[in-house]
Design a protein around this ligand. Structure first.
Ligand code: PMP
Length: 305
């Protein structure tokens, strides 16, 4: 069964019917992975739909394009306006937004001078790693695939090509019956999930792999570090060996799509009591509280849709 698509999408400067936002099969991005994209959530808050950290996401989109020298024809303000337009055109309140910029059709070969195409899609999307997982948690495994080494494919840019690594990790995990795979760096330290950042609770303190560990420095990761510190919880960014996953009292994955997904077991070993722990629950309350009004948005992260 094909999913129900929303009626409208923003493509190259205008809202158009979903079915009309097509690309040519010889588009550069299709052959060479030359796209950069974002994932953003819009939440239906007590003061109306709000797009979470929209400005930060659009800044990152432009920086990802800069890494690959993809000319970006729209400013952050124009990309933000496009996001609001597509939310409104589709009458959405709770939504996932997918801005993408890519090298389109413009000749042949790696160095072809291709015009940049830009689109922003939006649709309703529940918890990324499955219904109910925010409450129950998932069983994860350590992937047999490692993240790209520094100075190979830059993981700090959110580029389509990076998700070849993500697909290897995610599909292997699903094939083996796990909810998600956690990858190591080339030197064997913890990196991140296929499409999420990783946090561990050790001795009551939050630990997360540093930016140099082949991760995408996620906006949710930054949000949780900020929320935790403002709540008096210590956060340590440091290199973590694989066995800390088995030592940890709590483990969770986070990202725009995955939000805060507890991990109840890794490689068949229960994490702590084998269910979401108190610090994970505390952070979930602080995070989701931003959207239902239980926690104050002191940072201006909620941007009206
Ligand atoms: N790592 C990877 C590989 C991801 O794809 C994502 C999702 N964008 C994240 C981390 C989390 O990033 P964010 O919180 O900005 O969505």
């Amino acid at each position: 069964m094909s999913p129900a698509y929303p009626p409208f999408i923003w493509h190259n400067g205008a809202i158009k019917p979903w079915a009309e936002a097509t690309v040519h099969v010889m588009a550069h991005a299709l052959h060479y992975g030359s796209s950069v994209f974002e994932g953003i959530r819009c939440y239906d808050t007590p003061s109306g739909p709000a797009i979470f950290r929209l400005t930060d996401h659009m800044k990152r989109l432009r920086l990802s394009a800069k890494v690959y020298d993809i000319a970006m024809p729209y400013t952050v303000e124009q990309l933000k306006a496009a996001s609001r337009e597509v939310i409104r055109a589709n009458g959405l309140r709770n939504a996932y937004l997918r801005p993408i910029a890519f090298r389109g059709l413009g000749g042949f070969g790696l160095g072809a001078d291709c015009p940049t195409e830009v689109a922003v899609a939006a649709w309703e999307w529940g918890p990324y790693l499955g219904a109910g997982v925010l409450e129950t948690g998932i069983d994860a495994c350590v992937s047999s695939w490692q993240r790209p080494a520094p100075n190979t494919i830059p993981t700090g840019a959110k580029a389509g090509g990076n998700y070849l690594s993500g697909q290897l990790i995610a599909r292997e995990a699903r094939r083996l019956g796990f909810g998600e795979g956690i990858a190591l760096t080339v030197d064997g330290l913890l990196s991140e999930g296929a499409g999420e950042n990783l946090f561990l609770v050790l001795d009551g303190r939050l630990h997360t792999p540093p930016v140099r560990a082949g991760i995408l420095p996620g906006i949710t990761r930054d949000t949780l570090i900020t929320l935790a510190r403002s709540d008096g919880i210590e956060v340590i960014e440091c290199g973590l060996p694989r066995e800390t996953l088995y030592f940890a009292d709590e483990v969770f994955l986070c990202g725009t799509a995955a939000e805060i997904t507890p991990v109840r077991a890794v490689d068949g070993r229960p994490v702590g009591e084998g269910r979401p722990g108190p610090l994970t629950r505390r952070l979930q309350a602080l995070f989701f509280g931003l959207f239902d009004g239980r926690s104050e948005d002191r940072w201006g992260w909620l941007e009206p849709a």
